[in-house]
Ligand binder design. Sequence first.
Ligand SMILES: Cc1ncc(COP(=O)(O)O)c(C=O)c1O
Length: 295
Amino acid sequence: MSVDIVAINGEFFLPQDAKISVFDRGFLFGDAVYEVTRSYGHVLFQLERHVDRLFRSAQAIDLDLKMTPRQVIEELYRIHKKVGKADRYVRWQVTRGEGEIGMSMHLAKSANWIVYVKDIDTINPEINKTGTAIVTSQRLRNPKQALDPNIKSGNYLNNVLAFKDATQSKATEAVMVDGKGFCTEGTTSNIFRVKNGVLQTPPHKSDILVGITRTLIFEIANKNKMPIEETYFTPQELEDSDEAFLSGSVREITPVSKVNGKTISIGPIVSKLRDLYAIGIKDYCEKAKTDHPWK
Ligand SMILES: Cc1ncc(COP(=O)(O)O)c(C=O)c1O
């Protein structure tokens, strides 16, 4: 197992010894929220934004985290420091806790915090040069009215099933659609395309998680006067893109070389964005050294 350590409610366990109750509502109902970021060296990238999103997710499902954002940041650094290794994947999941089986959220006594630290296995440097193959899946991303994808919850079963479509086609990601047939997002990523020199991604009001990397891409594009817009596009239009890429905190910006078997070139806009994103990481990490006294 590539996991270094698991912390449950602040206590450290080896992966094989990390256990939670079968009465935990995260296990029973997906009644949980989570976040994932990665470290560069010993700096947890964009941690404040991830913690902020965790609190928004928790608030949306009426989950009391019983900690302040500042305490969460300090705790995550404490755990990362304990592992003592650079460049880690860090996932923190908060379930509503254990209780009698039933729909009422009040059956749970108190939240369980589980933090996983492991090595990063999803970035293959070759993929950044050669691009990756993706497919579009007919599976719907959750409509907002059912479960807003902005609530980063423990309910990822439709994503798991969409990912099966990718695996069956020897692709690495599947982009799900909404009820009208427009592209939404990947199972653990946002999707962008380039058409006629303009960066395009589905609107924030569509059935997507507004990814932190997606937001950073908007900031970078605007700062560097790269045309960017939110717009709906179909799987067919995605196939007809000039360039395309996936974004996510761990995968960063991954060029797409094929959509549903159709070749897409890895062009200058994705390459430029990747370079600017790398500068953004460096700047953030430099700044974090002075701005994060708790490190
Ligand atoms: C469904 C989904 N969309 C998008 C993303 C990308 O979000 P971020 O850039 O905040 O990592 C993720 C990340 O896990 C995700 O699970």
